[in-house]
Design a protein around this ligand. Sequence first.
Ligand code: M6R
Length: 601
Amino acid sequence: MCGIMGYAGSLNSQKIILTGLSRLEYRGYDSAGISYQENGSLQLVKKEGKLVNLENAISKIKIKSRIGIGHTRWATHGKVNDTNAHPHQNEEFSIVHNGIIENANQLREFLQTNGHKFKSETDSEVFLELLSYHYKQNQNIQSSIFKAYNEIEGNSAFVIMQKDSHKLYAIKRSAPIVCGLKQNEKEVFVSSDPYALMGQVDNLYFPEDGVLIVADYLSSKRLIFLEENETPSSRFKLQKKELNEEIISKGNFDHFMHKEIHEQPLLVSSLVEHFKKDYKDIPDDLFKGVRVVHLVSCGTALYAGMVIKNFIEARSDVKVLWDFASEFRYKNHRFSTEEVALFISQSGETADTLACQEICKEHGLKTYSIVNVEGSTLFRNCDYNFLSYAGTEIGVASTKAFTQQVLVGHFLTLLFLRQLDYEKVALDFKKLASAMNKILDEEDKIKQVAQKIYNYKGFIFTGRGIQFPIALEGALKLKEIAYVHAEGYAAGELKHGPIALIDENMVNIAIITPDLYKKTYSNAQEVKARKGKMVVIGDESNKELEELADYFIGLELTEDLKVFEPLVTNLVLQLLSYNIAKLKGTDIDKPRNLAKSVTVE
Ligand code: M6R
């Protein structure tokens, strides 16, 4: 949530910061701003709304600056407007912030009684004034940052710039910060996300909590890491990975989401090669003695986990207990030595998920992740990671990440059961990829269904067993990008309440696959009897389903694809949501009120 970008170097900072922000905009797009040094003083431009508003404002000014910081905001404290946009600036400092200061109100009161004036309603400005308060007393920026940092509560990351200085400072607590540089180049970068630094750096540094980064492009070291007593710190990780400039374009697609949906067959086909490379030396005792797996995640990642629960429990006597990370973290836990925890996350930066990983670690549990972003906080904190190789996912609505998470879960299940046969997995994935390609080739059929139903006000997605998480995921996708009310239900639960909603204005998207067929079919009939509009997704050769449906989306469901049926039906739902949202004209890649990584709790 919120994107941070800072640059100091021999080039014009404004262009570099704007490029970084354009890659970070998916983290928040309520407002954007930039602050830079010019002739020894701090300048500020910030605008409510998408980055383009800031770009337009900046295009009217000629900026020649070597150092600056920028921010894209996902609002937490204070309305969405120019004033609450970041950076926040006073005579001495300019800061950008990602996170929440939990004791902001108390600190604001204290600062006000000490003569500090506030322009915005944000918690972030409290840090700015707190820093200034300490600086007034000791004139030492480094110790003032540490003092202010120690007085704030909650998870946050800050980048700080001082007037008339060629240095940037950054510090974080349980929120992401990465800095980077290129060999022999006089420049330094700092951001909330390595993605923003792609193509700009070849060394990435990930500091731990409470380490102060001093980025000084004029010094021979350029990046200095300090502990609180201002001695050098070794608490950071270096990733010497070449960050290739990816094709950060939509290609022939109108939206990143659509492009990402269409990338899935290729990603599926290449996953086994990644497995082979990564797990050559997998420890034999990786899952030794495991009886219970706590599966903890948020949103789409949790629904992927619920599919994985089905995989594991159907084939072993291991119990998988899933929970929302935001619930799990506040429960009273008692664990035994036979329990482990698995966290699933695209970004690896979701605040609640990270907090749960810490809790499990503190309780002595082994922690595993299925994570997409290598080097993310979750990746760094878990005992063992399984990368999901979805590539960069820009669309805020998660699509390809879900598919890859489920497939990694399938792989893990086989690994756990010691039934892993790479050739068989490769063949199965190939079949899945070709089934997905077929659906994508026939997207027009799904588009036609979207055209018929996009104006309805309410949608109930139903499925049973392994299709229940897909009903939840389908409903989540539709609400987040089409802004319509949609609920996912276990089909058998409808009669316990939600069926009261059914009339001719309600659409039931019923997933009726061969598993638990008769029961699910009966539930759909109950909806039909009450005049609900029926969209049925099921086996293409099933005439009974075709008759039941107002709109039938038939799929080739062969026995050898059985285990992957949830991914096939989910692909249909991804396309259906996408096409409904397109007809409604919503902002598909950046849906209102959302952000790609939710780094606040
Ligand atoms: O980065 P994560 O996978 O941890 O994110 C979890 C959720 O915030 C995320 O899946 C969210 O639900 C998506 N916007 C759904 O499309």
